[in-house]
Design a protein around this ligand. Structure first.
Ligand code: HEC
Length: 290
């Protein structure tokens, strides 16, 4: 195998490795940036929802309970959870893909029942009550989401007016939601997660595309560089070596001893050509001496 072929194979393999590493790094950086951005969006949504519920609890509920009879119950007026879920449905219409859920293992509203994945997170919070948040990624129906979950605790005796015994809950509430599920909650029990799902499929696809573009541009640049190096090797190394090789063979056979071997360059090849030329002169002298 010639010098040039060997050199080009090594360069080709090295370039390929560098390209793959660059592509992977680009994908990984973009993916991490996408997750970080999703996390900050999730943080905003979570805090906004918590603030909205706080408003309900502190500012709205006391006024409404003065205005409405004890057994009357209008979910969107009187439950911060209902109001927040309904508000988010409108949000979802404007920004499809984003989802929230008050996922409970024993919910009043059936839509809020935790699925297997949400139950696992709920159990994590129950096992470690100091834990404030769980986050990660999950695929739901083929779409990738970044999720953030915070635990919801029965932190007030008021909660038990509606969530303990159906007999003491507002009659309207029992009429709307039934008396089967959503009751017998205990004080300080972690009963639900607030789950926020941020879509990331698009950002991940974008990360892949950026990595592929970088790979394409990198491959183009490397191919061009390899081509230029190959040309240089052909002209600057391989061809002169072949010439020197042919001349040396001629000299060894006593031919062409009157033609100088000169390659005008200041590198190793020039120096080799001068050495061969001195050899030519010596051989010529030895032959004339005989
Ligand atoms: C006036 C009655 C009432 C009070 C007081 C009340 N809730 Fe609820 N809660 C409801 C109703 C009704 C729903 C269902 C809302 C809906 O339709 O989305 C609900 C829903 C929830 C949910 C979502 C899961 C589910 O069961 O559907 C959680 C979690 C929750 N409540 C926790 C609490 C906590 C914690 C408190 C106390 C801080 C509290 N609730 C106080 C009536 C009440």
């Amino acid at each position: 195998m010639g010098i040039r072929t060997r050199f080009m194979i090594i360069m080709g393999i090295l370039s390929l490795l560098i390209l793959v590493a660059l592509g992977w790094a680009s994908y990984e950086f973009s993916r991490r940036a996408a997750l970080k951005e999703a996390a900050s969006k999730g943080e905003i949504i979570l805090n906004y929802l918590q603030a909205q519920r706080q408003f309900f609890r502190k500012n709205q509920t006391p006024l409404i309970s003065e205005l409405i009879e004890k057994d009357r119950f209008y979910p969107n007026l009187m439950s911060g959870f209902a109001a927040s879920t309904t508000t988010f449905e409108y949000f979802h219409q404007r920004m499809p893909g984003f989802m929230i859920k008050y996922a409970a293992s024993n919910p009043l509203k059936e839509n809020n029942r935790a699925d297997a994945f949400e139950t696992k997170i709920l159990n994590q919070f129950k096992a470690d009550p100091d834990r404030k948040e769980v986050s990660g990624t999950i695929a739901k129906n083929g779409i990738n989401f970044f999720y953030q979950a915070v635990p919801l605790k029965v932190d007030n005796q008021n909660c038990l007016e509606c969530h303990s015994d159906p007999a003491i809950a507002p009659k309207d509430q029992v009429a709307i939601y039934g008396s089967e599920s959503g009751y017998n909650w205990q004080m300080d029990e972690i009963v639900a997660n607030l789950m926020v799902y941020i879509p990331i499929s698009e950002a991940i696809a974008q990360a892949k595309q950026t990595a592929l573009k970088l790979l394409g541009i990198g491959a183009g640049c490397l191919l061009f560089t390899l081509f230029v190096i190959s040309l240089f090797l052909e002209r600057g190394v391989v061809q002169p070596l072949i010439r020197l090789n042919n001349r040396t063979e001629e000299i060894s056979l006593g031919k062409g001893l009157d033609q100088p071997v000169v390659i005008n360059s200041n590198d190793e090849i020039g120096s080799l050509s001068r050495a061969i030329d001195r050899l030519r002169i010596s051989v010529a002298r030895m032959l004339t001496r005989r």
